[in-house]
Design a protein around this ligand. Sequence first.
Ligand SMILES: Nc1ncnc2c1ncn2[C@@H]1O[C@H](COP(=O)(O)OP(=O)(O)O)[C@@H](O)[C@H]1O
Ligand SMILES: [Mg+2]
Length: 417
Amino acid sequence: MMSGERETVTVLLVENNAQLMKHMQKTLGLIDKVDLINTSLLAQDALEVIREQKPLVALVDYNLPDMNGINLTEIIRKEYPGTQVIVISQDNYTDVVLQAVRAGACDFITHDVSVKELNDVLTRAATLAVQDRSKLPAFVGMATPERKVTVPSGPQGKIVAVYGAKGGIGTTTVAANLALALMDRDHDARVVLVDGAIQYGDVHLMFNELGQASVMDLVPRLNELDIELVENVMLFNRATGISILPAPPRPEFAEKITGEAFARILEFMRRHYDYVVLNTDSYISDAVLAALDASEVVVLLTAQSINAIRNTRLFLDLWNAMGMTKDRIQLVISRYDPTSPITTERVGERLKFPVNMLLPEDNEAARKADALGQPALRSSRDSAYSKALYGLADQAIKRIEAVDKSEEPRMRMFVTA
Ligand SMILES: Nc1ncnc2c1ncn2[C@@H]1O[C@H](COP(=O)(O)OP(=O)(O)O)[C@@H](O)[C@H]1O
Ligand SMILES: [Mg+2]
């Protein structure tokens, strides 16, 4: 029996498929302190049950005959905000995950969820529901568990993700230089560079390093990560003193890095480093989603082109739909050209978001960095690009402090305690 230290979680299971219903009931039965108070075959019945019995958590299948699980999730979260929703589906396709998150689900599982994982997501959902209820008039005064389940805390390094909604925009270049800038700004800080561009990750190439080991080597040992293992897997770049966790060596290995696996690795990293700087690619894989979710700050790169602005706009819409706060986003125009008719003001207007920093186009610095295998911050120290990057690092540090103070609840979509 799995339980952990928590109060009983009341659960409603909404599932139309008899076999899957049985299977889920069995899995739930193996978890201690779970009270399956009811089951429904239809969305309409589920809403009735929630109104009357107020379960802390509704487990909702994606496929329901009278309404899809995403619509049901939306209604539950709107009408009965004291109940948290976990969406169940056959596959954890990113689009289904995104739909679920947009609709307000707090988590997402597949039918073959393990007992441990189900216990973890239920614990987290119940914690959120209890927190929500303490703020909802309808629930104030209602019996709530005396002891709240607490999310584990400890020494927390900060994660800064660099994301560009379009390839070739300079994401990887910024990630490499930003990691160095943070090192330069605080010589005592332990900084690590993690490649979250899971398919064609190339951040190590910026340092002229050739990787053999990669994040892949951590996957079989996720439950027993230790710093010695992690340091063995990372590349250590002597020239700069930075450690790099490379992406898998081949694109077809990408699927091994699930959102949950990557989230776990990042949470481990933040317990051992002061700054974790993340390179990403524009395709929002589960790993990228997990990284964005885990980050204190996202350096969002855009460019002076219709295309880049459109994609950035779409990204900001998604960010918004996921309920994340804009305070975490640092908007940067990459490869800035002062002669472009698309001015900084126009970019800000189109995105309805203030531009925080301009990183100049600097072909000479880029060429030199490439030729020497050393990021501009080392190979062209006095360039305008390097100066702007220090500015970016200073802004990021300030923003991290502000985000820390705001205590905004993070989704932690993929973290299972
Ligand atoms: N500010 C800049 N000025 C000039 N060239 C740049 C700049 N930033 C990046 N580049 C060049 O653009 C190319 C793509 O950069 P990269 O960082 O790999 O982009 P991404 O990761 O977004 O695909 C590289 O050749 C890089 O040297
Ligand atoms: Mg890149």
